[in-house]
Design a protein around this ligand. Structure first.
Ligand code: SDX
Length: 389
């Protein structure tokens, strides 16, 4: 009913069910990355530290951090031919369609490091993906609004560089708002990894065939795009806009409870969390801070979201089904306040999740794995003969 299928030993042996990267206790609302609570990482670490932690198992010391940051921040440009690659797309293409295509096509440009049996190649491609995702994401946005691409800058930190590539233009100086940069870095951390979710399982299953990491991440981006998964942040904003006014909330709550109505309360519920998603709490705190800083505390959609959350958390159906806000419920409000267009929300999710995808890919390929081969519960016809002529 909920996509349950049996694993055959072959699939289990790809270590797709065993990992040392992330632990989730869905009933207690606990999320640990290599043992560190997500709340502590969000409060104390930055995204590149979190990437290092996910990839290598421990937080970096000062020397390791400096070396890793230099490697990431000095490979942020993409091959110039990728600029022309964009010309094949319509300007109004969904950004995720372009992300799937361009990230997969990186294998055509960085074919000098695709031998997955070479530890050095695995390291290079892991770093290159973390380096280049912000550049590609910003290019997708610039292409959609007909503005020239902004080149990455090595004098900015990871999140500031991304905002600069998104919003600067050649006509005037663009100063990155430090509050926005800090919030964007936190959003990357909160989306960095989440155990064996649909897109990470896709990356692992693709990687278990020996496919190159660019193809694996492209497959992960494709899986994340769905509105039941990473596409939910975009769907939350559409839902809040459809609700339109606090007086309509009750009617939408009733629709969400009606089994005959396909409407779901977007940003609510989770296959694993049967308690508050710890990421949603941190996201909500930062949304309040950024909206205050940007003078948008009276954002009507924020008010609808907060009222909706309050009503849903007290509603018997949602309490009984243990439906709580998830990471996507507040992220869209925060991103919208920062001037990120709704169509780019899932791209931002993919940008942050690249760290987790590539850490899971690396953990599997570094270890003893076999090709994944999930089995099914066959419910079709039993054997029968073709009718005699
Ligand atoms: C992400 O897996 C991950 O870790 C994902 C993620 C990550 O970081 O990678 O956390 C990111 O994908 C977060 C989820 C974003 N999606 C949404 O917000 C979309 C809205 N949520 C629903 O589509 C749903 O809650 C899912 C898809 C998230 C989970 O679906 P399940 O597994 O079917 O939900 P469940 O088993 O918890 O459902 C229990 C019951 C069901 O009713 P019954 O069939 O038992 O009668 O609750 C109902 C569901 O129909 N239900 C909802 C609901 N979510 C579940 N009813 C109304 N509104 C909802 N949002």
């Amino acid at each position: 009913k909920h996509g349950v299928f049996t694993y055959d030993p072959g699939f289990m042996s790809t270590a797709s069910c065993e990992s040392q990267i992330t632990f989730i206790d869905g009933n207690k609302g606990i999320l640990l990355h290599r043992g560190y609570p997500i709340e502590e990482l969000a409060d104390n670490a930055d995204y590149l530290e979190t990437c290092y932690l996910l990839l290598y198992g421990d937080l970096p010391n000062a020397e390791q951090k400096a070396k890793f940051n230099h490697s990431i921040m000095h490979h942020t440009m993409v091959h110039q031919q990728i600029h022309t690659f964009f010309n094949g797309f319509r300007r109004d293409s969904h950004p995720m369609a372009i992300m799937v295509a361009v990230v997969g096509a990186l294998a055509a440009f960085y074919h000098d490091s695709l031998d997955i049996n070479d530890q050095n190649h695995r390291e290079i491609t892991a770093h290159r993906l973390i380096s280049k995702m912000p550049t590609i994401a910003a290019m997708v946005y610039k292409y959609s609004i007909g503005q020239p691409f902004a080149y990455p800058r090595n004098d900015l930190d990871y999140a500031s560089n991304f905002l600069h590539m998104m919003f600067s233009n050649p006509c005037e100086e663009y100063k990155v708002n430090p509050v926005m940069a800090a919030a964007m870095d936190k959003i990357f951390i909160l989306h960095a990894d989440h155990e064996q979710n649909a897109s990470t399982s896709t990356v692992r299953l693709t990687g278990s065939t020996g496919a190159n990491p660019f193809a694996c991440i492209s497959a992960g981006i494709a899986a994340l795009w769905g509105p039941a998964h990473g596409g939910a942040n975009e769907a939350v904003l559409s839902m809040l806009e459809e609700i339109g006014d606090e007086s309509n909330i009750e009617a939408f709550i009733e629709r969400a409870k009606d089994k005959n109505d396909p409407f779901r309360l977007m940003g609510f519920g989770h296959r694993v969390y049967k308690n508050y998603d710890p990421r949603a709490k941190v996201m909500k705190a930062h949304a309040d801070e950024v909206l205050k800083e940007l003078g948008q505390v009276n954002d009507p959609l924020l008010k609808i979201a907060m009222k909706l959350e309050k009503i849903a958390l007290e509603d018997e159906y949602f309490v009984q089904k243990k439906l709580y806000p998830n990471v996507d419920f507040y992220s869209g409000i925060l991103l919208r306040a920062m001037g990120i267009p709704t169509s780019m929300f899932t791209v931002i999710f993919a940008l942050g999740r690249t760290a987790g995808w590539i850490a899971h890919w690396k953990e599997m390929i570094d270890g003893d794995y076999r090709i994944g081969r999930p089995r099914q519960l066959y419910t079709g016809a039993t054997e029968r003969q073709y009718p005699k002529k």
